[in-house]
Design a protein around this ligand. Sequence first.
Ligand code: ATP
Length: 236
Amino acid sequence: MLEVSGLSLHYGQHLALDSVDVRAAPGESVVILGANGAGKSSLLKAIAGLVRPDPGTGIRLDGQSILTLPAHSVVEAGIALVPEGRGIFGDLTVEENLLLGAFARRARDDEAARRDLVYELFPRLAERRRQIASTMSGGEQQMVAIGRALMSNPDCLLLDEPSLGLAPVVVVELFQALEKVHKAGVGLIIVEQNVRISLSIADRGYLMEAGRIVGEGAAGTLIDDPAVQRAFLGMG
Ligand code: ATP
C-alpha cells in the first residue's frame, strides 16, 4: 500500500501542494484528475523523490517511509515514474532506451525477460526495436517511455499526463496498453486531464484543485460527480 499523508510542498513562497492525502492499494489503478497547475506533477515528483516536501509530510510504502529516499532508491522500492514529456533518449534506439530502464538491482537479473514482457505488451515496439526513438510518433515515444519504466520491474507505475499531445485514436491505443499493464498486476497512478479515458481504466480517482484534493471516489461514480462535470466536461 502506498500512502501519502499531509503532503505539503512549497516552491519558494508558493504553496503548490496543501496537505494532500492519497493512497493506492497494491495493484490498484488510481487516477488523479486536475486542471493545469493543480499540482498533479508535483505530487508524482514528491512520491518519486524528485522534490522534497515540507516537514510533516508522510509518504509510506507498505508501512515504511520512502520520504527521504533518493530517486534511485524509490525505483528500487518498486515505484517508477513516466515523466511528463516522456524523457526518453531521442538518439538511441527503442531497445537501447528500454535497456537503460533496467538499471535497478530489482530488474538486472531478468533483463531479457522484462524486455520480452514489454514487447508483448507493446508489439509496436517489438516491430521497431532498432528504430531511433526521436523518429517515432508521439504515441510510440510514450510507449517507449512506459516500456522503459516497466523495465525496472515496478510494483507501481506513476504516469504524468500520458495522453498529452496525442491524437484521440492514439490515446485509445495507449490506454488499452495501460489496461494490459494493470491486468499484468502493476499498480498505476495516472495524473490526467483526459477524464473519460483515464477513469475508464481506473479503480478509483481523486479530483485536485489548486494543490488540494477536493473529491475522491470510485471511478464509476466520479464521472457523475458535479465537480468533475463542472471542471472537465463543461456541464453543470
Ligand atoms: P500541469 O498540468 O500544467 O503540469 P500540474 O497540475 O501538474 O500542472 P504542477 O506542475 O505540479 O501542476 O504545478 C503546481 C504549481 O506549482 C503551479 O502553480 C506551478 O506553476 C508551480 N510550480 C511547479 N514547479 C515549480 C518550480 N520548479 N518552481 C516554482 N513553481 C513551480
